[in-house]
Design a protein around this ligand. Sequence first.
Ligand code: AMP
Length: 215
Amino acid sequence: MARGTCRVSGRFCLGTAAAPRNPDAAMEKKSAAICVFCGSSPGARPSYAAAAKRLGTLIGELGYDMVFGGGKNGLMGEAAMAAHAAGAKVLGVLPEFLKKIEIPLAPESEELIVVPDMQVRKQIMLGRSDAFVILPGGLGTLDELFEVLSISQLRAHDKPIVIVDTDGFFEPLWPLLARIVREGFALRSIESFYHVVKTPDEALDKLDALLGHAT
Ligand code: AMP
């Protein structure tokens, strides 16, 4: 599938992929960038790494760019290395103080932006991405998920958020979110801010539809 042929509708063009006014310009514009949030650890089940690799491979094969936390550890590294191997342009955003813990990929595998702190990292990741995909992970992953969800609630962005519920990892979250709504702390409309799928393939199908990705 040729790269550089994706088309992004006006509704989801707040990131790197601005909506082209001239339809011909769509052929020249950059690919949409998918931000992947996931564990910096491999997790306890082989299915997590398999999902991370598959997600990265699909991102590359379908002509998307990938934005991620920058390190080669855990699921983050699996997804980024697979995306690079499949032809994606990979952008890593890593705080200086984390460079010794979350070791960057090889220089030829990613464009690395080193930032002063976590806040700037988040800002850049959000600004440079057109959609977010969340795989299993730890506290950092959940923080990132809730960051994009909560600012979605504030209408600060309307970029798609897709949660890949690998092996039911996120199941305990659904009752909590339902409770938040039931107890009057959020509107039921929060359910429309994210999509839940079972596999990376379903995630990319969803994103292709939402981002108007042309082949
Ligand atoms: P984890 O899910 O805890 O393995 O972390 C996944 C990624 O989230 C790693 O790149 C962490 O550096 C990052 N992370 C950890 N804590 C935070 C936080 N408070 N805000 C944003 N990212 C974080």
